[in-house]
Design a protein around this ligand. Structure first.
Ligand code: ADP
Ligand code: MG
Length: 708
C-alpha cells in the first residue's frame, strides 16, 4: 500500500484525520480506513476547476485560465535566473507565474497566448503568484475545461466536505485490494438485461474510484448503478435463500381442489367472479396443491372482492378434510366475516366457529377442544387470540385479512400437529410493488385491480367552513332518501390544545344541531365490545341513521346502504387511512359521497384552514385508485412510515432508493432467484464471496445456524 493504509487502519491514523476528529468520523459510521470507501456521496455538485481571481486562496492549489500579457526575465543577486509570465485572468485580475533556473520558459510563451495554469497560490498582498505552475497552452478560442462533478458527502457536525474528501482521497488506493463479490458473468448479465448492448457493470475498484471522483456524471451514474444493483441483489439472495430453507423444513399438505370441488365452491358465491378474482383463485389453487406452503400476499383495493378469494381457499381446505382459519384485525370485522360465512354456507355441513376474547371462559375452552379434535372446520377470530394457544387437528390454510403492518418475521405461528399451513395474507393498503419486493422477496404477490360490477363510484369533496351548512343539509336529504351516513373523527375525545373535536363532541353537537331529528349514535374504540357490537348491528340493520365514529370503522366494515361519510380533521389522517375510510361508502348500488373537513386552526382574524392542507386533500379527492395513493404516500413519507420500519426489519439502504430504482430492484430479484434455483445455499466456490456478503448484511434473514 502506497501510503501505509490498510483496510483496518483505525480512522484516526488516516492522513489528515487525527485523534480529535476521529470521533466525528465515527459518528458517520466510519471507524476504519475501508469504511471511508463506502461512505458514498449524497449527490454531486458541478464545479468548475478554473477559479476567478476572487476565489484564489493563499496556499491552496488552483487552476486559472488567462492570456499572457507580459513576459520578463532577470537574474537574482545569487545569479539565479527567473522568468515571469503575467496572466490577465478570465473575468479580471492578474496572476504572475514565476520559474527559477528555467530560462527556457522565456521562449516557451508569447504575448497574446491563452493558457491554463495550475499551481499553489502565493499572495504578496498586492498580487497573486504561482511558483512553478503547470501550464498548458490553449487555442485562442478554446473554452476552459468543463466543470467536473464533485462529490457531496453526508456530514456531521464539525466535519466539512473538504475533510471528508481528503480522507477519502487518502483511502482510495485501497480500492485496488477489495474483493469483488459480483462475478463478471453477473455484472454482464445485469447490465445486458437493464439495457441491451451496454457494458458490464463496473468492477468494484473502478466503481469506487468513479463514485468518489468521477470525471463526468456518466461515470458517477455508472458507479452508482453497480452499487444499487449489488445492494438489492444481496438482499434478494438472502430472501430467496430464506424462502428455500423455509420450504424445505416445512412441508405443507397438498390441497387439491379437483374440478368437482372447484365447481361446487364457485356455486356458493351469489355472483359471477370477476376475471381478476378467477385469475387469483387459480393462483391460490395451484399454490395449495403443492407441498410447499403457499405464501401469498393478496392486495386489492377496498371493494375489489378479496373475501371471495379467502372463502375459496378455506372451502377447498375444508373439502379436503383440513381446517381453515380466518384472522381479522378487529372483533367487529371477525364477527362480520363469521356471519357472512354462516349465511353463505347455510345448509352445508361446514362447521364455522367464532373465537374472540370477549367469549366466556368455559365456552372458549370448549371451542378450543373442538378445534383440537377437528370438529370445527373454519375458525374465524382476531389475530391476537389465534396466535397464542390454539391447537389445530389438521390445519390446512390460514387467511389473514386486512393486514396493514407487515413484518418479515411477523407471520403468525399457529401450532398444528404435522404440517405447516398455507398462508394467504390480504391487504387493502396496497403496498407499492417495489416495497413488496423489498420486504417480501420471499412472498408471492397477487393483485385484484378490477372492481366487481354494480359498485358505485365515490365522489369526494373538500368542505370549506362556509359549505358546512349545505353539507349537513345534504346528509339529511340522503337519510330521508333512505340512506345512512358516517361521521368520522380521528380522535375519541376533544383535544383543547390542538382544537380538535373528538367523536364524542361531534356526536353531541350534531344530534342537537345540524342533524337534529335523525337517529345519531356513537361508536368508538373505548366502548366495550358488546356495546360496539350492538351499535354496529343496529347500524347494519338500518335502525341508526348516522354513525358518529372514531377510526374504528376504518377497516372492512360493510354496510352497503351507507352512502355518505364526513371526515373531520381529515388532513390528520394518512392517505391510506383516508382511502380505507372512503371505502366504507359506495359499496352497494347507491352512489357514495365523502366530505373532507380540513383542520381549522389559527385565531386571527378568523379561523382559517391551511391552504397546503386543503390542496393535499383536494389531491386525495381527485384520485380514486388506492395504488396511486400508496405510491404518493411512499414518496411523501418514505417506506418506513408506511409499514413501520422497526417491527418489520425493513432493510436500510446505503445508496439504493426503492422508489427511484425500481427497475434495478426487479432485475436483482430475478437474477437472485435464478442463482438460488441453481445453488440454493450458495455453496459453490464461485458464490463464496456473495455468500459472505449475504451473511454479513442479512444474517438475520438466514436459516438458523448460518449467522456468522
Ligand atoms: P374487499 O376486497 O374490500 O374485502 P369484499 O370482498 O368485501 O371486498 O367485496 C366487496 C363487495 O363486493 C361485497 O359486498 C361483495 O359481496 C361484492 N362482490 C365481491 N365480488 C363480487 C363479484 N364478482 N360480483 C359482484 N359483487 C361482488
Ligand atoms: Mg375485506
Amino acid at each position: 500500500m502506497t501510503n501505509g493504509l490498510e483496510f483496518n487502519t483505525p480512522i484516526q491514523f488516516v492522513p489528515g484525520v487525527g485523534a480529535p476528529r476521529a470521533a466525528m468520523f465515527e459518528r458517520l459510521g466510519i471507524r476504519k480506513a475501508i469504511d471511508l470507501l463506502f461512505h458514498f456521496p449524497r449527490s454531486y455538485q458541478e464545479v468548475s476547476e478554473c477559479k476567478s481571481i476572487l476565489e484564489l486562496e493563499e496556499g491552496v492549489l488552483a487552476t486559472v485560465v488567462g492570456v499572457v500579457v507580459d513576459i520578463d526575465s532577470r537574474f537574482t543577486f545569487e545569479g539565479k535566473s527567473s522568468v515571469g509570465v503575467l496572466l490577465a485572468v478570465d473575468g479580471g485580475g492578474y496572476v504572475r507565474c514565476t520559474w527559477f533556473n528555467q530560462p527556457f520558459r522565456r521562449e516557451a510563451y508569447s504575448r497574446g497566448q491563452r493558457v491554463l495554469a495550475r499551481g499553489v497560490v502565493k499572495s504578496t498582498g498586492v498580487a497573486y503568484q504561482m511558483r512553478h505552475p503547470e501550464v498548458t497552452i490553449l487555442d485562442a478560442d478554446e473554452p476552459p475545461p468543463p466543470p467536473r462533478p464533485r462529490a457531496v458527502y453526508p456530514l456531521t457536525e464539525g466535519l466539512t466536505q473538504r475533510m471528508l474528501s481528503s480522507a477519502i482521497d487518502a483511502a482510495l488506493p485501497l480500492a485496488q485490494n477489495i474483493e469483488e463479490a459480483l462475478s463478471e458473468e453477473i455484472r454482464r448479465d445485469a447490465a445486458m438485461i437493464l439495457k441491451p448492448g451496454s457494458d458490464p457493470l463496473l468492477p468494484i475498484d473502478q466503481a469506487l474510484q468513479q463514485i468518489h471522483q468521477p470525471i463526468d456524471m456518466a461515470q458517477a451514474d455508472a458507479a452508482r448503478l453497480r452499487f444499487v444493483f449489488q445492494e438489492f441483489f444481496v438482499l434478494q439472495l438472502a430472501l430467496a435463500m430464506h424462502r428455500y430453507a423455509y420450504q424445505q423444513e416445512h412441508p405443507a399438505p397438498s390441497i387439491e381442489a379437483n374440478a368437482m370441488v372447484h365447481t361446487r365452491i364457485l356455486k356458493r358465491f351469489p355472483f359471477a367472479l370477476t376475471d381478476d378474482q378467477r385469475k387469483v383463485i387459480e393462483e391460490v389453487r395451484t399454490d395449495m396443491a403443492k407441498t410447499v406452503p403457499m405464501n401469498r400476499l393478496l392486495q386489492g383495493d377496498v371493494g375489489t372482492g378479496k373475501t371471495a378469494v379467502a372463502q375459496y381457499a378455506m372451502l377447498s381446505a375444508v373439502a379436503n378434510q383440513h381446517q381453515a382459519v380466518l384472522m381479522a384485525p378487529t372483533e367487529l370485522l371477525a364477527r362480520q366475516h363469521s356471519k357472512k360465512l354462516q349465511d353463505q354456507l347455510a345448509g352445508s355441513r361446514v362447521e364455522i366457529a367464532l373465537l374472540v376474547s370477549s367469549m366466556p371462559g368455559a365456552e372458549k375452552r370448549e371451542l378450543l377442544q373442538r378445534i383440537a379434535i377437528g370438529t370445527v372446520d373454519i375458525v374465524v377470530g382476531t389475530q391476537a387470540l389465534l396466535s397464542e394457544q390454539v391447537e389445530f387437528a389438521k390445519l390446512g390454510v390460514v387467511v389473514i385479512d386486512e393486514q396493514h403492518r407487515f413484518g418479515v418475521q411477523q407471520r403468525a405461528t399457529l401450532r398444528t400437529t404435522r404440517t405447516a399451513p398455507h398462508y394467504l395474507v390480504m391487504t387493502a393498503t396496497p403496498i407499492p410493488r417495489t416495497l413488496a419486493l423489498t420486504l417480501f422477496g420471499d412472498l408471492d404477490v397477487s393483485t385484484l385491480k378490477q372492481r366487481p360490477p354494480g359498485q358505485s363510484r365515490v365522489q369526494s369533496y373538500v368542505l370549506a367552513p362556509e359549505l358546512m351548512e349545505r353539507w349537513w343539509g345534504f346528509v339529511k336529504q340522503q337519510v330521508q332518501a333512505g340512506r345512512q351516513a358516517y361521521v368520522v373523527a380521528p380522535r375519541v375525545e376533544s383535544d383543547d390544545e390542538k382544537e380538535i373535536r373528538g367523536a364524542v363532541q361531534w356526536w353531541e353537537e350534531l344530534r342537537n344541531g345540524p342533524l337534529e331529528g335523525l337517529r345519531v349514535e356513537l361508536l368508538h374504540g373505548r366502548m366495550d365490545s358488546q356495546q360496539k357490537q350492538s351499535v354496529l348491528e343496529r347500524f347494519s340493520q338500518g335502525s341508526i341513521d348516522v354513525l358518529v365514529a372514531s377510526t374504528v370503522i376504518e377497516v372492512g366494515i360493510d354496510v352497503p346502504n351507507a352512502a355518505v361519510m364526513t371526515i373531520a380533521d381529515a388532513d390528520r389522517l394518512g392517505l391510506a387511512q383516508l382511502h380505507q375510510l372512503r371505502g366504507r361508502v359506495g359499496r352497494g348500488k347507491h352512489a357514495g359521497y365523502v366530505g373532507l373537513i380540513p383542520t381549522v386552526g389559527g385565531q386571527d382574524p378568523v379561523p382559517q384552514s391551511d391552504p397546503e392542507k386543503i390542496q393535499w386533500l383536494e389531491q386525495f379527492a381527485k384520485i380514486q385508485d388506492g395504488f396511486e395513493l400508496a405510491e404518493i404516500d411512499l414518496r411523501r413519507r418514505g417506506p418506513g412510515e408506511i409499514i413501520g420500519t422497526k417491527q418489520t426489519g425493513l432493510p436500510e439502504f446505503r445508496i439504493a432508493d426503492i422508489s427511484r430504482d425500481e427497475q434495478v430492484l426487479i432485475l436483482a430479484r430475478n437474477l437472485a432467484c435464478q442463482v438460488i434455483a441453481k445453488d440454493p445455499e450458495l455453496k459453490s466456490p464461485e458464490h463464496a464471496r456473495l455468500l459472505r456478503q449475504v451473511v454479513a448484511k442479512h444474517g438475520k434473514l438466514m436459516p438458523v445456524g448460518d449467522v456468522g
